[in-house]
Ligand binder design. Structure first.
Ligand SMILES: [Zn+2]
Length: 87
């Protein structure tokens, strides 16, 4: 069961997403939670209105120093590579 969120476009690739790949393990994303775009692996945060916003420098540093989040970003990258090389 994936969590439904309001349709929001990726800030980088503009892909429309309405399902959150939540990496923090909670059921419902909340403002400040991290979201990784399944199309381009862009890392964003949920804004107060549950749209996306770019990470702050502190959040970016936090992710880079968090092995769990780094692993999630790496896995999404792998998925994207697997998809784009399968022709
Ligand atoms: Zn994207």
């Amino acid at each position: 069961m994936s969590t439904q969120i309001p349709e929001t476009r990726c800030l980088k690739c503009q892909s429309l997403t309405n399902a959150s790949s939540n990496v923090t393990g909670v059921d419902r994303p909340k403002p400040g939670d991290v979201n990784v775009c399944a199309y381009c692996a862009h890392v964003m945060a949920f804004a107060d209105d549950m749209g996306f916003r770019e990470l702050t420098e502190e959040e970016r540093a936090e992710i880079l120093s968090d092995p769990v989040l780094r692993d999630v970003v790496a896995r999404v990258n792998d998925m994207i590579v697997a998809k784009t090389t399968k022709h």
